[in-house]
Design a protein around this ligand. Structure first.
Ligand code: GDP
Ligand code: IMO
Ligand code: MG
Length: 431
């Protein structure tokens, strides 16, 4: 039987999914992205080089790994080509990449609408990445979108494009935005088809064939984080997909029976980029210190990330919803040097202590974090390669997180490099 592992973000994104996926991709036969698009920014660091990926899976650096952009993604082919060009410039030329013919296609007007809708919110911004993700998913669900596979059927593509422009051009005009000429878009996308055409396939069949093979290792790489989930996140300050392990079967086009072994990637503190409630947010010097030490600036947009303490209310919630088997506790080195480190164990709201996030952000806005204080440590831990090498206070912090989230820590990351990783869980050592 094949082995599979799902890597998901369990907070507000940017937890270090790229690093963890790359770490396992060195041994994986296949890496699959199954939701989101180029709103993601996944960083991978090894051999002194840093790479940033948006929509391409983080297995791209291992020539033996088959990388799949599956049907649940919204794929911007222009951005895929740009990303590949960037990788080529960095010397990454030997790779395997396939794109689902069923994936929704992000078209140029989607980012135009994304920006315009934000501008119309009169200051109450979501703070999107303006990559057109929301408008592309909207078109998918209203059944007016184009799909990647349409590029291989020029006549059908022309039909769908004509229909899309008949709907979008009047809307663009109303918003005072430039409209699109059918022939120009058609010609541009037929050129794009020449480049990405050979990568387009029925990825559902491809993934299934790997899962059915003995000794194959398949990794599912989530994007964004559970608190940005369209259903379970801090709506409306969320993205337009479901970053959970629950998305894997639909988004990869496989049976749910293959989904097992879920690794929840969590920072040892919390960050959030964009607007929306963030109960443990810090506004003082400590936020500044953590932001600078962790280089907490968005990979996609360069925006400074908001910083707060580890939120166990969120962690328990996401562990329950996604069936997280282990945490990969990330950026642990960034906490070195703090005198005291806080962990949020509950929310105080209207005289009650809540153990799970409330379902509306109006209530969440009234929540105050209940914090416990842990001792910090002074030692630099970036060179630690086993749990035993960590300072006692750091070990106590890990144990406390396991206790209050009722989920074991399977891995600890002590630096951005592939090598700066401590694997604790035996099952993960074997993957
Ligand atoms: P992703 O979107 O979940 O893949 O995460 P990002 O790549 O957007 O953000 C994580 C950032 O933290 C990147 O700059 C990584 O290189 C960096 N990083 C990952 N793990 C560690 C770690 O353990 N320590 C430090 N200092 N940086 C890390
Ligand atoms: P990775 O995969 C952090 C946030 C945006 C915004 C909200 C909606 O790198 O963890 P969107 O463009 O998706 O409509 O924006 O979601 N967001 C992310 N924040 N990491 C990400 O991806 C994100 N992708 C979207 O900042 O608040
Ligand atoms: Mg990121």
């Amino acid at each position: 039987m094949s082995e599979s592992l799902v890597v998901i973000g369990s907070q507000w994104g940017d937890e270090g999914k790229g690093k963890i996926t790359d770490y396992f991709a060195c041994r994986a036969d296949m890496v699959v992205r199954y939701q989101g698009g180029n709103n993601a920014g996944h960083t991978v660091v090894f051999d002194g080089h840093k790479y940033s990926l948006q929509s391409i899976p983080s297995g791209i650096f291992n020539p033996k790994t088959v990388n799949v952009m599956a049907n649940g993604m919204v794929v911007n082919p222009v951005s895929v080509i740009e990303e590949l060009e960037r990788l080529h410039k960095q010397g990454i030329t030997d790779y395997q990449l396939f794109i689902s013919s069923r994936a929704a296609m992000v078209m140029p007007w989607h980012s135009a609408f994304d920006g315009a809708y934000e501008a119309l919110k009169g200051g109450k911004l979501i703070g999107t990445t303006k990559k057109g993700i929301g408008p592309a998913y909207s078109d998918k669900y209203s059944r007016t979108g184009l799909r990647i596979g349409d590029l291989l059927e020029p006549e059908y593509f022309a039909e769908r494009l004509q229909a899309a422009l008949a709907e979008k051009n009047p809307q663009l005009e109303m918003l005072g935005l430039p409209t699109y000429d059918f022939q120009a878009v058609y010609d541009q996308y037929m050129e794009i088809a020449k480049v990405i055409g050979p990568m387009i396939t029925d990825t559902s069949l491809l993934i299934d064939s790997y899962l059915r093979q003995e000794d194959k290792k398949v990794l599912f790489e989530g994007a964004q984080g559970m608190m940005l989930c369209i259903d379970h996140g801090t709506y409306p300050y969320v993205t337009s997909s479901t970053p959970s392990a629950s998305s894997v079967p639909v988004g990869a086009g496989i049976s749910p029976k293959w989904v097992k072994n879920v690794l929840g990637v969590a920072k040892a503190y919390c960050t959030r980029v964009g607007e929306g409630p963030f109960p443990t947010e810090l506004f003082d010097e400590r936020a500044h210190e953590i932001r600078e030490r962790g280089h907490e600036y968005g990979t996609v947009t360069g925006r400074p990330r908001r910083v707060g303490w580890f939120d166990a209310v969120v962690a328990r919630y996401t562990s329950r919803l996604a069936g997280i088997d282990w945490w990969a506790l990330m950026l642990f080195d960034v906490l070195s040097g703090l005198d005291k480190i806080m962990i949020c164990t509950g929310y105080e709201c209207d005289g009650e202590i809540l153990q799970a996030p409330p379902s509306t952000i109006a209530t969440l806005a009234r929540c105050k974090p209940v914090l416990i204080e842990m001792d910090g440590w002074k030692e630099d831990i970036t060179g630690c390669r086993s749990f035993d090498e960590l300072p006692e206070a750091a070990k106590a912090y890990v144990r406390k997180i396991e206790e209050i989230t009722e989920t074991p820590v399977g891995m600890i990351s002590v630096g951005p490099d592939r090598k700066q990783t401590i694997t604790i869980a035996e099952e993960l050592k074997k993957f």
